[in-house]
Design a protein around this ligand. Structure first.
Ligand code: UD1
Length: 365
């Protein structure tokens, strides 16, 4: 019997661990336990996702909360080291690239507990992104590396990772999407916000490079001002972004846009519904680039680079940075249906968690 500690911390982790944890629970060879570090703690950033994804309550909740990068990472490490010493898992399973991911990996590796990383090998080659540091470090101390796209395989090969550790399994987040898309269709979110299918823009924005800097945030809001005159914008706002809009005294600017609708962060199902019916999605998220690729919805990514190049090569994603003219050019192409093709990347098929669990099961046999 393999005892596996599945770690979640922040919002984008939940839809990745949910299908893996569920499959492990029904495996005769695996005893999973679920640990939530508490990096995200607001009900709308955490609890809602557990309910909608039908995840069990975590076996352990650390409640680390917010802080500087060092504070947050260190607090997770101290909490998890204690848990790992008591629980003695055979494996620690981490996903994605958030601070909880590197903290759990580092605590485990120092205790000689093997680490399995889902979403390995993604690289933006931009070390100003905290996630890039988390990705590189986590991969370098992982014993099993599960990869979502070809670029991940290429990057790990370049870094000289032993190929025996690497498994191309596809995208586990798409497992959750496939499983919940029909249910999301019952969400009344479009009526709630008075939106017509294919006739609105959905926005998310939370990267420090976009929202922690006045000039960048102000410029992006100028672009929204223009776009909302053409199509209504729905903007579920991340707590970091809300805080920065207050800090920079930009609340009035936002309030004065009559066709821009701001809401609290939304749950998984309403957000999935909104993405699947949007005319265009504007985002700086990693996961949303992938979800829109699967759904075939035009996505403009407000970043200079992406660690998920398959979404551009095969999908409907386009990088537009944060310069006004580039975003507006992308918007015009998207609105005229000139953005990308709709090809689904290999193994983004809803069975990634099955492949992952089968690989773990082989370790027991
Ligand atoms: C984190 C991840 C990022 C991911 C994002 C998704 C890191 C380095 N970053 O960024 O990769 O894309 O989650 O949301 O791990 N806050 C709340 N309530 C919460 C959580 C956060 O109010 O439940 C506020 C706090 O003011 C906090 C700030 O948001 O200081 C930032 O939270 P943090 O977890 O540090 O990073 P995110 O920006 O959420």
């Amino acid at each position: 019997m393999l005892k596996i500690a599945n770690i979640v911390g922040a919002r984008p982790n939940f839809m990745k661990i949910a299908p893996i944890h569920r499959r492990m629970q029904v495996s005769e060879n695996i005893e999973p336990f679920l640990i939530h570090t508490g990096q995200h703690y607001d009900e709308k950033m955490s609890k809602t996702f557990f309910v909608e994804l039908e995840m069990p309550e975590p076996d352990l909740y650390l409640g680390v909360g917010s802080g500087t990068h060092a504070e947050q990472t260190a607090t997770v490490m101290v909490g998890l080291e204690k848990v790992f010493m008591e629980q003695k898992p055979d494996w620690v399973q981490v996903v994605g690239d958030v601070n909880s991911t590197i903290a759990a990996s580092l605590a485990a590796a120092k205790l000689h507990i093997p680490v399995s990383h889902v979403e390995s090998g993604l690289r933006s080659y931009d070390r100003n992104m905290p996630e890039e540091i988390n990705r590189i470090l986590t991969d370098s101390i992982s014993n099993l590396l599960f990869v979502t796209e070809q670029s991940g395989l290429d990057n790990l090969a370049k870094e000289g990772v032993n190929p025996d550790k690497i498994h191309f399994v596809g995208n586990v987040m798409i497992d959750s999407l496939v499983e919940h898309l029909k249910k999301a269709g019952h969400s009344a979110v479009l009526q709630d916000f008075n939106l017509q299918p294919q006739n609105y823009v959905l926005v998310t924005l939370h990267r420090p490079s976009n929202v922690d800097n006045f000039e960048n945030l102000n410029r992006i809001l100028d672009v929204f001002e223009y776009i909302q005159k053409r199509l209504p914008i729905l903007f579920p706002m991340h707590p970091r972004t809300r805080k920065m809009i207050e800090t920079f005294n930009l609340e009035n600017k936002v309030k004065n846009m009559s066709n821009l609708f701001i809401t609290e962060p939304l749950g998984y199902l309403p957000f999935l519904r909104l993405m699947s019916q949007a005319k265009i999605v504007l985002t700086d998220s990693g996961g949303i680039q992938e979800e829109t690729t699967y759904l075939g919805i035009p996505c403009l990514t407000l970043r200079e680079n992406t660690e998920r190049p398959v979404t551009i090569e095969m999908g409907t994603n386009q990088l537009v940075g944060s310069e006004t003219s580039a975003i507006l050019k992308g918007f015009e192409s998207a609105i005229n249906g000139k953005l990308g093709q709709h090809k689904i990347p290999p193994l983004w098929d809803g069975f990634t968690s099955k492949r992952i669990v089968e690989i773990f099961e082989k370790q027991v046999l």
